[in-house]
Design a binder for this molecule. Structure first.
Ligand SMILES: Nc1ncnc2c1ncn2[C@@H]1O[C@H](COP(=O)(O)OP(=O)(O)O)[C@@H](O)[C@H]1O
Ligand SMILES: [Mg+2]
Length: 256
């Protein structure tokens, strides 16, 4: 395997946001993290990506302790992420944003801006990702002028442009209309195949998406893992249906 957290605890002051969480993600897996607001999903993503140092327990990526590792070293190791709240530079265009990611992947981080728009490998890499994400016709639009859904896509696309082995996405379809969520998921799946991304972990609220795309689902509740298993097992778990999925969706899924 790739990524493994064991007995992770995370305190914010006195408040325990993660209380002994153990999860692992294997090569080739699509894992969804679900749970009510405040369950600790974003905190877990932050711990799994080394952005937060856990108060207890360990996080290992390819057998290395990654707590406190910065995003640049993380990407070099083969892990990338996107955030719950979009983090794009408003004045950079779509293609400039993706070029910056490609440049950093190519290890030219110290001279990012000297390379922008000049190097054909950088340009082609950025355009390829723009096309995969359906953003090619907006290649020269500044991020700040994109509709919210496209801003989110661009944020996710820049993580993909790092060509990681594993990618962690915190609510990649938030702010995207229900109708478009499936389209976004199709893009994520085909882009990962095309770019050689082996594993995806996502936080997602839409249960159609969660049950439709995941190999495995981890349900969090009050900082603890409530359940961890394949979709059919999670669907049949009354605790999860009552606290996370909601009775209606659970009944619908089971009746379907
Ligand atoms: N920086 C922080 N300081 C204090 N409390 C926090 C901080 N970040 C998150 N929390 C609290 O930790 C809990 C889990 O938050 P979070 O991981 O964002 O949950 P989720 O993503 O599942 O909605 C919440 O109760 C939240 O208010
Ligand atoms: Mg969150």
């Amino acid at each position: 395997m790739i990524l493994r957290a064991e007995g992770v605890r995370m305190f914010y002051g006195d408040f325990c946001a993660l209380d002994g969480v153990s999860v692992r993600v294997d090569t080739g897996e699509f894992v969804s993290i679900i749970g009510p607001n405040g369950a600790g999903k974003s905190t877990l993503i932050n711990v799994l990506t080394g952005a937060l140092k856990p108060s207890g327990g360990t996080v290992r990526f390819k057998e290395r302790d990654i707590s406190g590792i910065g995003p640049v070293r993380l990407a070099r190791l083969g892990m990338a992420r996107s955030f719950q709240l979009v983090q794009v530079f408003p004045d950079l265009t779509v293609v400039e944003t993706l070029q910056a990611a490609v440049v950093s992947r190519l290890g030219r981080g110290t001279r990012v801006f000297a390379w922008l728009g000049r190097d054909s490998e950088v340009r082609e890499g950025a355009l390829e990702v723009a096309e995969l994400f359906g953003l090619a016709d907006k290649a020269h639009t500044p991020a700040k002028h994109l509709p919210q859904g496209d801003k989110k896509l661009l944020d996710v696309a820049s993580a993909f442009a790092l060509y990681p082995e594993i990618i962690l996405l915190d609510e990649p379809t938030s702010g995207v209309s229900t109708r478009d969520k499936h389209a976004v998921m199709e893009i994520l799946v085909s882009a990962s195949k095309r770019l050689g991304i082996k594993s995806i972990i996502q936080v997602e609220h839409d249960m159609d998406i969660v049950f439709g795309y995941s190999d495995r689902i981890v349900a969090l509740h009050q900082g603890k893992v409530l359940a961890d298993g394949p979709p059919e097992e999670i669907r049949a778990n009354d605790d999860v249906v009552n606290t996370v999925v909601g009775r209606k969706a659970g009944a619908f899924e089971r009746g379907a």
